[in-house]
Design a protein around this ligand. Structure first.
Ligand code: GLU
Length: 326
């Protein structure tokens, strides 16, 4: 009798789903949340994956199902979050600042007033990777070379332009600039189709591993002589790439450059409930989260609230207040 009843319910349930009829309880309760990241060999993609993993563990509690999308990077993510195509995005701290103030790519569109900060994540350095046979040791040696400065939509494109300008190199006249996605840079360099590429990224990452592990010998080129740039913009700070992370690179010493931070952003239109749940789960499972990528090693709960220029989303703020972090 009991068995028959169960089968009967299962049939009715299945029929409703099949007919696309009245949503079942489970369907009605699930909120789908999409996170925009970057190329799959960067750090943003596994970062999105780490956040999604932590949040999806509590699907029964919140009814949130997080998914991750590979995208063209920071600028793409800001725009997709603003249009509602994505709910969250990983975005460089400098890009967050420019979006909220209507600068750089947002000069014509004006301030993106609905950008909301959630937390900041790992440090990223402006990384210049070059073929040893191209004779590039520092950014100054890029004149006349074929260089991937980054796709439109990426965070690194403006960083490359800023760095080149700071050392007196006009990317439109003094070198052959390519605008290709970072995920393709390593193979382009290995195949001899470019001499160098810029990538603003956390370390270590798969992309640079790939670039430094091929037949063509590769090194990091230093980016120095940019003090004025660092003084001018609040979001740039000196940084070092530890050479021990890439044993196959030709360098013997750590590489000097400058950097920003990866941050997690959303829109004012995303509900407090969703932003609260994601913030809470990442912070309450902090040790587990940190283990999900080596670039997260340096994270502390306090430094995850630094480097944010857009207003903090009220859902995140609610958690920070509860946890005594704000
Ligand atoms: N910083 C890069 C960007 O904003 C992405 C780096 C990564 O994917 O780890 O486009």
């Amino acid at each position: 009798m009991k068995k028959v009843l169960v089968i009967g319910i299962a049939l009715v349930f299945g029929f409703a789903v099949f007919m696309g009829g009245t949503p079942t309880t489970a369907q009605a309760k699930t909120t789908y949340v999409t996170i925009g990241t970057g190329g799959i060999t960067g750090v943003y993609y596994p970062t999105g994956g780490a956040i999604a993993k932590i949040v999806n563990q509590k699907r029964d509690v919140y009814g949130i199902r997080c998914t991750v999308e590979s995208t063209g990077g920071s600028v793409f993510n800001v725009n997709a979050v603003m249009s509602g195509d994505l709910d969250f995005g990983v975005v460089q701290s400098d890009r967050q600042y420019q979006a909220i103030h209507g600068l750089a790519e947002w000069k014509d569109a004006g301030p993106q007033k609905d950008v909301r900060a959630v937390f900041s994540i790992h440090p990223e350095s402006i990384t210049l990777v070059a073929a040893v046979d191209a004779g590039i040791k520092s950014i100054m040696d890029l004149k006349g070379k074929k260089v991937n400065i980054g796709n439109p939509g990426s965070g690194q494109r403006q960083n490359s332009i800023d760095a080149l300008e700071a050392v007196g190199i006009d990317y439109e006249k003094d070198l052959q600039a390519e605008g290709i996605k970072a995920a393709e840079s390593a193979s382009l360099l290995q195949d001899g189709r470019i001499d160098a590429f810029f990538y603003t990224v956390g370390h270590p990452n798969g992309s640079i591993m790939e670039a430094t592990s091929g037949k063509r010998k590769v090194r990091f080129a230093s980016i120095t002589g940019v003090d004025k740039l660092l003084a001018k913009y609040p979001y740039y700070a000196p940084a070092i790439i530890p050479i021990t992370l890439y044993p196959n690179a030709d360098n013997k010493e750590d590489v000097q450059t400058f950097g920003v931070k990866a941050t997690f952003v959303t829109s004012a239109k995303v509900t407090d409930k969703v932003v609260y749940a994601i913030t809470k789960e990442v912070f309450e499972n902090f040790e587990e989260f940190k283990k999900l990528h080596p670039a997260f090693q340096v994270l502390t709960k306090t430094n995850m609230l630094e480097g944010l220029s857009a207003p903090i989303h009220p859902g995140a703020m609610k958690y920070y207040k509860e946890a005594g972090l704000k």
